[in-house]
Design a binder for this molecule. Structure first.
Ligand code: APR
Ligand code: PHB
Length: 390
């Protein structure tokens, strides 16, 4: 088999790249280790910056997002038992974000790919990448007991944090920066109306909590939990009880509880791999960087990588220019580090750190008080939340 771009991974990064390349008339094959249903079963954040919304429109997959997504112009910060609204729309001169589940976005991308008849190989086993330091890279995979080979011009490593592409780079050629946080997020999805029409980020002495949503009838809630907690340790009743204790009295009264549809624990990590290009292989999305979910930057950073990569490849094929390819890594990383900084800062501000004790809590409360009381500080927060300009 031969294609122009072999895309490894059918998460949001790989599928969005496939769609943008298709629009530009560039051939690609997507290889995915899992089944489509498995990919859709992973519940992740769903807050889209304007830049990401624009990109979905450009890829021709924005219709359902506009129809069903929930535009948000603000969110609440809760600390010392009181809520304070950050009015993003006012603070940023009219910008807002869209709450639209990553599952839905992935489904839209999958449907678009299938409708156009573009090739995706699900359950591709033992994917290996070769010769990306030459102009003739190769990808091998196994399917139904047979080994297949794809000759290509470029390999796009959209295969997430545990993928094969970054792992195939010689050790000395990549630098990895990492911070693992001493707690996780226990998430619960339920068919109950959200407690509030906007998101609530809560700093409490019992730990962080987040009230989010997927629709007017579906809620997503998170609790900070010790890393040692397993999902089996938490009954639905225990989750709701703990959430109530981390909310303000009004939210506590308004909270509607119900059976969980999904419950899972996720660790929190900050991670960046540099550079993001190795000859003719690129990394994009979670394959190159992870942010802790506070502030929901992960998907948005992935989307900008893909935007830059699709642009660079289009320039290569249309104009025979390698400029975009050469600048890809630096352009992405400039933006990524700002997203990393914001996500780390917001995480540090909102969670209880086991080693920071009572003074840690007091310092966070002082910073939060300053944040909601100063227009300058609120503007910094809002500007980052809606997404920094490209
Ligand atoms: N071969 C083929 N596919 C692979 C391999 C492999 N060796 N390793 C991983 N994959 C697949 C995974 O099964 C997964 O479907 O690559 C895909 C990577 O998808 P994601 O992990 O969702 O990463 P990405 O597409 O970059 O999405 C970024 O996900 O975690 C969130 O915050 C993040 O929202 C952001 C988004
Ligand atoms: C979510 O809805 O899953 C979500 C929203 C905002 C975040 C993180 C996760 O900051």
């Amino acid at each position: 088999m031969r294609t122009q771009v072999a895309i490894i991974g059918a998460g949001p990064s790989g599928l969005l790249l496939g769609q943008l390349l298709h629009k530009a008339g560039i051939d690609a094959i997507v290889l995915e280790r899992q089944t489509g249903d498995y990919v859709l079963g992973r519940i992740r954040a769903g807050v889209l910056e304007q830049v990401s919304m624009d990109l979905l429109d450009e890829a021709g997959v924005g219709q359902r997002m506009h129809a069903e997504g929930l535009p948000h112009g603000g969110f609440d910060l809760l600390f010392q038992g009181m809520r304070h609204r950050i009015d993003m729309r006012v603070l940023t001169g009219g910008k807002q974000v869209m709450v639209y589940g990553q599952t839905e976005l992935t489904r839209d991308l999958m449907d678009a790919r299938q409708a156009t008849g573009l090739p995706t190989v699900y359950e591709a086993g033992n994917v290996t990448v070769h010769d990306f330091d030459t102009t003739k890279p190769l990808v091998r995979y196994e399917k139904d007991g047979q080994t297949h080979e794809i000759a290509c011009d470029f390999i796009a490593g959209c295969d997430g944090f545990h993928g094969v592409c970054r792992a195939s780079v010689p050790r000395g050629a990549v630098t990895e920066y990492e911070k693992v946080y001493p707690f996780g997020w226990l998430g619960l999805l339920s068919d109950t109306p959200p407690v509030h029409h906007e998101l609530i980020y809560a700093n409490s002495t019992r730990g962080f909590a987040l009230c989010s949503m997927r629709s007017a009838t579906r809620s997503r809630y998170y609790l900070q939990v010790p890393l040692s907690d397993r999902v089996e340790d938490w009954s639905d009743a225990a989750f709701w009880q703990e959430l109530r204790l981390r909310l303000d009295p009004q939210a506590r009264d308004q909270l509607v509880t119900g059976p969980s549809i999904e419950k899972s624990v996720a660790p929190l990590r900050s991670f960046v791999a540099e550079p993001m290009r190795f000859g003719r292989m690129f990394l994009a999305g979670d394959a190159a960087h992870i942010v802790p979910p506070t502030g929901a930057k992960g998907l948005n950073l992935a989307a900008t990588d893909v935007k830059y990569l699709a642009g660079a490849l289009t320039e290569f094929y249309a104009e025979r220019s390698e400029a975009g390819i050469h600048h890809y890594s630096d352009r992405c990383l400039r933006r990524i580090w700002k997203g990393e900084r914001f996500s780390w800062w917001f995480t540090s501000l909102m969670h209880r750190f086991p080693n920071d004790g009572a003074i840690g809590q007091k310092l966070q409360e002082a910073e939060l008080d300053y944040l909601v009381g100063s227009r300058a500080a609120s503007t910094v927060m809002a500007e980052n939340y809606v997404g920094l300009p490209l």
